[in-house]
Design a protein around this ligand. Structure first.
Ligand code: PRP
Ligand code: MN
Ligand code: MG
Length: 185
């Protein structure tokens, strides 16, 4: 185990579980987009790991692009107002777009993003998210490809961060309260 494993109270989803679920989701995506070009849009930075693994699991021609977005204002809860820090390089006109996310928490980021991308004239916009927290949802999001529903706990790893750390963990774990409640770190 690595040093940072002491910062987790439990492993919620193992590396093996993530990869077998991504394989199942990939088979579904391949079937649904048969004969169609597919543009994967990853939302930086959390989606980096799921994008890398999903894209390599897909036996389907894809292109990849990235957006970086940020909620206005401070505080721990998302305001739902989003600004674009890095926009797509790709013209979405007539394209089949699949947004790739690590987690849907309140749903506010994705809700805004779906509307934004839909305004650009795509053929379709769908969502693929590895994790979803049903108990934290503030808006209803129609997620076509959802990996795991998880409890409303502070999770990190596989792209998910706390204070930009833990993104490189291979599994998804629950962050120990002493990590984020401490004021002396
Ligand atoms: C996290 C996560 C999702 C979003 C979900 O990103 O990666 O993108 O929050 O939250 P919501 O459903 O409540 O809108 P974050 O803003 O922390 O940026 P990051 O991906 O760079 O970590
Ligand atoms: Mn994110
Ligand atoms: Mg984050």
């Amino acid at each position: 185990p690595r040093d940072i494993d002491g910062d987790l109270t439990e492993i919620l989803i193992s590396e093996e579980q993530i990869h077998s679920r991504l394989a199942e989701m990939s088979r579904q995506i391949e079937a649904d987009y048969a004969g169609k070009d597919l543009l994967l849009v990853g939302v930086l930075k959390g989606a980096v790991m799921v994008m890398a693994d999903l894209a390599r699991e897909l036996h389907h021609p894809i292109t990849m692009d990235w957006m970086a977005v940020s909620s206005y204002g401070s505080g721990t809860t998302s305001s739902g107002v989003v600004r674009i820090l890095k926009d797509l390089d790709t013209d979405l006109t007539g394209r089949h777009v699949l947004i790739v996310e690590d987690i849907i928490d309140s749903g506010l980021t994705l809700s805004w993003l779906i509307a934004n991308l839909n305004s650009r004239g795509p053929a379709s916009v769908e969502i693929c998210a590895l994790l979803r927290k049903p108990d934290a949802a503030r808006v209803e999001i129609d997620v076509k490809y959802a990996g795991f529903d998880i409890p409303n706990q502070f999770v990190v790893g596989y792209g998910l961060d706390y204070d930009e750390k833990y993104r490189n963990l291979r599994s998804v774990g629950v962050l120990a309260p002493h990590v984020y409640s401490s004021t002396s770190v």
